[in-house]
Design a binder for this molecule. Structure first.
Ligand SMILES: *[C@@H]1O[C@H](CO)[C@@H](O)[C@H](O)[C@H]1NC(C)=O
Length: 443
């Protein structure tokens, strides 16, 4: 139908995107697609500081061949969904007019665009079998990879039109009780990745937690080829970027896991050329459950400089969660991501604008005080606006507004069940912030 135009734009994009260098240790990867009032994808794609964009998320997976996955891009895509031939509505967004042009703009500007599967909510996704894993891979490549005449003729979904992503990111954070099957956390993702890799020139990344080995991704990273691993050094305070920064003063006692992850990847990664990225929140609002993991540019410079110099062979750059948090976290009028890029480029000089100290430091103290664009003015009553098992404060009286009751009930159940608090904190950090207004409770 429109194959020649599609082919031409595909070729153009891949020619220009030669600017991207997977072997570089100065890349910046940024998630985009969650949260309220997001900056447009096209705006992010004009930002010279960005090399990889992770669109988040395909947040539910098919459990049978023929089923559609679900997607969510918060306020960046309206509520229109594909319907099955029998008339049942799926959870797969059908009309995301801003995203296709954004992908093309990114690629024209030499960036890679990944589509991230998984995420922190809901957490009930898994791949039940090898055939479903392969079907899911084929579906994703057909729906989001290079558009083919056959796919269009078969009237199969193309949520982003004729724009094609460069690959897929696995941000696996599933948690189900009861478990739907043994090993549901990790099984068949290696099959999924291997199959994707067999379908075309597909980049694969994964975003493990900083605790290692990662229960969900260790198997896949060991048994299939990942190009990039974006370590989430936030939301798990004992190995977060704050622990990393504090640990610089005494490396022997540091609980930061960057070195351990390097060792683990070197020993276990199926791709011996895998690149590891240091994942950071792009502002306190990027990790409201672990706001101390946010590092000021000066702090980030010390951490990044140390670990990139330690591991030049495997260090790929920095990952940020996420784009709008960065855009809202301006320091001396520059978004956080541009500070990170200058750190990686070796061009960082300490922030010199007079207001820096107050704006940055105060924002690290309380996630709630600076996150008004994401959360409706929460009332923080704990000493530092944080509560939960990692802070040592008991949380009472959570108030969630504009938040579906079913989630509310689960959160309360889980929050009342102390041993599972960690699971909640782990699993909700990539919540769709557009749909919750959060007040930290009485702590
Ligand atoms: C319609 O088809 C979908 C996909 O096969 C299935 O999940 C759903 O249950 C069906 N709905 C009805 C009402 O049969």
């Amino acid at each position: 139908m429109r194959s020649s135009a599609v082919l031409a734009s595909g070729l153009l994009a891949s020619t220009v995107s030669a600017a991207f260098d997977a072997a570089s240790s100065k890349n910046v990867a940024v998630y985009w697609g969650q949260g309220a009032y997001q900056i447009p994808l096209t705006t992010l794609c004009e930002d010279e500081s960005v090399d990889i964009v992770n669109l988040a998320f395909v947040n539910s997976f098919p459990t049978e061949i023929g089923f559609l996955p679900a997607s969510n891009f918060a306020n960046a895509c309206a509520d229109e969904y594909f319907t099955y031939p029998n008339g049942t509505k799926s959870g797969l967004l059908s009309n995301c007019p801003g995203i296709g042009p954004g992908i093309k703009k990114c690629q024209d500007n030499g960036k890679k665009v990944m589509l991230s599967v998984g995420g922190g909510w809901p957490t009930n996704y898994y791949l039940p079998s090898e055939p479903v894993a392969k079907y899911f891979a084929e579906f994703l490549w057909g729906a989001f990879g290079p558009q083919t005449d056959k796919w269009v003729a078969d009237k199969k979904p193309r949520p982003f039109g004729d724009a094609a992503v460069d690959g897929f990111d696995l941000d696996l954070e599933a948690y189900m009780e009861p478990a739907p099957m043994d090993g549901y956390l990790y099984k068949h993702y290696d099959i999924f990745v291997n199959h994707l890799k067999s379908l075309g020139n597909v980049l694969i990344s994964g975003a493990p937690q900083c605790v290692l080995p990662d229960a969900r991704l260790a198997h896949a990273i060991s048994a299939s080829s990942f190009d990039f691993v974006f370590l989430q050094f936030y939301n798990t305070p004992q190995c977060s970027s704050r622990a990393g920064y504090n640990g610089l003063a005494n490396l022997a006692t540091s609980t930061f896991t960057f070195d351990a992850w390097v060792d683990w990847l070197k020993a276990n990664s199926a791709n011996k050329g895998v690149k590891m990225y240091l994942g950071l929140p792009a502002g306190p609002a990027g990790a409201p459950w672990d706001a101390p993991s946010y590092l000021t540019p000066t702090e980030a410079n010390k951490l990044v400089s140390h670990y990139s110099a330690q591991h030049p062979d495997i260090f790929g750059g920095v990952m940020l969660w996420e784009a709008t948090v960065s855009a809202n976290n301006k320091i001396c009028d520059k978004p956080y991501v541009s500070w990170i890029k200058s750190i990686l480029d070796g061009k960082f000089t300490d922030e010199v604008c007079p207001s820096t100290t107050s704006s940055v430091v105060s924002s690290t103290v309380s996630a709630s005080s600076t996150s008004s664009s994401v959360f409706a003015t929460p009332t923080a009553t704990s000493p530092n606006g944080l509560c939960g098992p990692d802070t040592g404060y008991t949380c009472k009286g959570y108030h969630y507004g504009k938040f579906p009751d079913i989630y509310f009930a689960q959160v309360i159940t889980m929050a009342n069940n102390r041993p599972r608090d960690r699971v909640i904190l782990q699993s909700i950090r990539h919540w769709h912030l557009s749909s919750i207004f959060l007040n930290f409770g009485t702590c």
